[in-house]
Design a protein. Structure first.
Length: 131
């Protein structure tokens, strides 16, 4: 017996998992991603909220995600580097004078996640498939 769920029903199921911490917008974004995945493979998927919780993590921001996945994200994304002329470790500013991260930092991070895992961006945060 199969039951077909719509986007809101899937999102509600994801949010009812007491061990998950998806926001409303995050659960909608994840449900939409899963629906698109189901459509692209051409087969119905079984909703396994435990497996989804174990595979996908919501983060408030891209930098929050980077800090969760990388011990030294400043070095990983070129914010800290070894000067080839002096062989000294120098730190580039990751932010502009207003405290906002440079677009190059965001672009590097997004590119890394897109090449290595699933990145779901939505208004209010991001969801990353754990890797």
């Amino acid at each position: 017996m199969n039951i077909t769920l719509n986007t809101n029903e899937v999102a509600n199921q994801l949010r009812q998992d007491q061990y998950a911490s998806y926001s409303y917008k995050g659960s909608i974004a994840l449900a939409e991603y899963l629906e698109e995945l189901e459509e692209s493979i051409g087969e119905p998927m079984e909703l396994d909220i435990v497996a989804i919780r174990c595979d996908f993590t919501e983060h408030e921001s891209l930098i929050d995600a980077v800090q969760s996945y990388f011990m030294n994200y400043r070095e990983e994304f070129g914010i800290v580097y070894e000067n080839p002329l002096t062989n000294e470790i120098e730190e580039n500013s990751a932010t502009d004078c207003d405290g906002n991260f440079h677009d190059e930092v965001f672009d590097s991070v997004i590119k890394y996640f897109e090449e290595n895992t699933t990145l779901i961006q939505f208004d209010g945060g991001i969801i990353i498939q754990d890797f």
